[in-house]
Design a protein around this ligand. Structure first.
Ligand SMILES: [Zn+2]
Length: 59
């Protein structure tokens, strides 16, 4: 029985919500209650484009 399987989203963010890259402890951009790589990634999330900024999305 692994408890961590049903862990809610309360843990410290370890990956950037924008580019999904791992966040370094000393190199993260804190903004509005979340952590990002930098201001650019934060802006990306603010725009509503969470990840998948590649051409994999079929329009
Ligand atoms: Zn990022």
């Amino acid at each position: 029985m692994a408890n961590e399987a049903a862990a809610p989203q309360e843990e410290v963010r370890k990956n950037c919500p924008a580019c999904k890259k791992a966040l370094k402890r000393s190199k993260k951009y804190y903004r509005e209650g979340d952590y990002y790589c930098n201001k650019n990634c934060w802006a990306t999330v603010k725009k509503g484009v969470t990840g998948e900024a590649d051409e994999s999305a079929a329009s």
